[in-house]
Design a protein around this ligand. Sequence first.
Ligand code: GLY
Length: 583
Amino acid sequence: MPPLLFRCSPLSRLSRSASVIGLLVFGSVTPAVAAFIQPARSDRDMVVSAHPLATAAGSAMLRQGGNAVDGAVATALAIAVVEPFSAGLGGGGFALWHESESGEVTALDFRERAPATAGRDLYLNAAGEPQSQLSRNGHLAVGVPGTVAGLYALHQRYGELPWARVVQPSRVMASQGFVVSDLLASEIAGNAERLAQNLAAAAVFLPDGKPLQAGEVLRQSDLAQTLGQIAVEPQDFYEGEIAKAIAADMQANGGLITQADLKAYQPIWRDPICGPFRQYEICSMPPPSSGGVHLLQMLNLIGDTDLAAQGWHHPNGLHLLAEVMKIAYADRAEHLGDPDFVEVPIAALVNPAYADARRQEIEPQRARSAEEVKASDTETLERYRNFKESNDTTHLTVVDRDRNAVSMTYTINGRFGAGVVAAGTGIVLNNEMDDFAIAPDTPNLFGLVGGEANSVAPGKTPLSSMTPTIVLEDSQLRMAVGSPGGSTIITTVLQIILNVLVHDMDAGAAVSAPRIHHQWLPETLRIEQYGFDRLTVDALEARGHQLQFRRGWGNANAIVVGPNGELTGAADLRGEGIAQGGR
Ligand code: GLY
């Protein structure tokens, strides 16, 4: 059988230019360019994901009469095959489901959990010093994976097609192979040193000792077999042969996960966190993700400020966003953790009255330092000097013919997770343990700090920033959105929501538009290179923002319902994804 091809890379999409509706060039001192992608349109249904083959897998389910859950599960499993650096069977995530008939939104937490023998000091050396490399690389970094249990639970409750049918496309992709894209090739090359440390990972991604190149075919026979077993009996991952293989691999390599940990794994149905923003209801993921809490908190802090009257990306509006972001991320570091283990003051954090009080702190003409927003000692600040970014994770959005919707973000955390594949299974294992605060004020992979609330404990879930979100208007779907990008996820989702609800953009413009990001620490306002004109940059610097120009981050996708009921969907130009609408 020939390997599967996908349509084209984002750059070739740009050069074909049929999909680009605006190429905006601002200013002359700093060249600033923003390309806005034309969204896919459909009156029927829509799938958007980070990879064309994954979008095709989900769309095939809708064409076969499946609903949004069937489409989302097939898409997510396909991502595990074609985007093995971002998410997969060895990871976990969160999903929101909107049932159009009842207007209800349900949330599913299938995030990884700490193994039973993981304790608070797991990543400290004998002198009590944090050892971040242990929470990021190798078997000790792996949390108990939730993907298979989560996707199966979602499908059992809401899916319509047979389970084996939704697993089929990914199994075929793994066994038949697919053509390696530029993005996948660059991720493999960029992580080749880590992957070479693990025989099973090297066998998949570094055949003959060399990184797979763009245009070569990646066949994953172990993963195909694993998917075949899961198609017949998903619990095999937790109690059968797959569980045995994972536990044996852990034991052989100093990992903690046992068969008992796998058997104990349960996804958790949670009430989504919902709150008003103007005439809309915003529903997102509650703890153990911080995404929903801080998305609502930031929207509350923006409140009635007339961003539309200021104009899109006016320096006043950008300054307000940056100051709002700092407050939210300062609270995150202090208060957020697994609600099954610690008291999270959710009601206070999303209370509009709390936002009203804290909004008073914001000075319209001056950027406040992290110490002013929340005291932080100089030693802590010093540790942030060398903060490095890592983008990963994946998001997918599906709306079916009945306007049911799934918004799902899932991950193996860092690129290629812990950098290890469980021998004999083809499963890339996560390094989600790094999302715990391994020691107070020690930044994780994304530069985020935390304290007691997010310390390691047996069975506990590490705090996340994933923000799968569904927006309702009069109980009807208005938009569904999400993104990868670690700490930047919440601010990416915030800006896309504002682009649609305040600035009236369609899905294509909303996900394409240049972004900013502030996370309180480090003390820099990240600003997308080529996205902002010199005058705007000067105006932000004049207020005291320490700007850090970065290439684009995140890989968002969104589906928006227009006033005439038409769906528009778009995958981020910053990735290689694609939106596909039904006819
Ligand atoms: N692993 C990134 C997150 O969950 O936020």
